[in-house]
Design a protein around this ligand. Sequence first.
Ligand SMILES: Nc1ncnc2c1ncn2[C@@H]1O[C@H](COP(=O)(O)OP(=O)(O)OP(=O)(O)O)[C@@H](O)[C@H]1O
Ligand SMILES: O=C(O)C1=C[C@@H](O)[C@@H](O)[C@H](O)C1
Ligand SMILES: [Mg+2]
Length: 174
Amino acid sequence: MQTRNYILIGPMGAGKSTIGRLLAKELALPFKDSDKEIEERTGASIPLIFDVEGEAGFRDREQAVIAELCGQQGLVLATGGGAVLRAENRQAMRQGAVVIYLHASVEHQLARTARDRNRPLLQTENPEQVLTALLALRDPLYREIATLIIETDTRPPRMVVQEIMQFLSTYNSR
Ligand SMILES: Nc1ncnc2c1ncn2[C@@H]1O[C@H](COP(=O)(O)OP(=O)(O)OP(=O)(O)O)[C@@H](O)[C@H]1O
Ligand SMILES: O=C(O)C1=C[C@@H](O)[C@@H](O)[C@H](O)C1
Ligand SMILES: [Mg+2]
């Protein structure tokens, strides 16, 4: 049962990194964060990678990391908000994994990302407009590969984890 991967997808500020870490503790599985993994392997921050290589360069690095981590077993993996953009990533992520879409409204995404300068796509005059456009484009892609969708606007991280665990208790015993 514990050999499958548990993959968190969803927009910036949905809580993938925060909830992924807590969920990994609950499941007693190793936790990986594709954004962190990219930074460690590149030896550069995400903003610097975007500056030097552009978003396309970042997406190439992201694809390589996702392919490798999805090839492993028994991980909890928090992905970046744009990891679903490439069909190759969607295919790799849905392969034998439980894919959990953490949903958050633009209002909550905005509040949760406001003070963090580490997200290059939001360093603009109007982050609300950017988040709205990104969610419209990506929401169908998140839904396409989701095993489970959880609303995070009204639930603190621990409650989100509890809900995931409740779902898994029936899903894993099928
Ligand atoms: N359910 C929640 N309720 C309130 N605050 C939350 C919730 N989930 C996460 N947060 C807070 O929102 C901020 C962003 O969370 P986090 O970094 O986990 O998002 P993310 O989905 O990993 O974003 P990214 O796609 O940019 O990596 C953090 O400060 C975190 O504490
Ligand atoms: O939503 C996105 O496209 C991104 C989200 C972050 O997790 C990082 O992967 C990066 O800042 C891009
Ligand atoms: Mg994250």
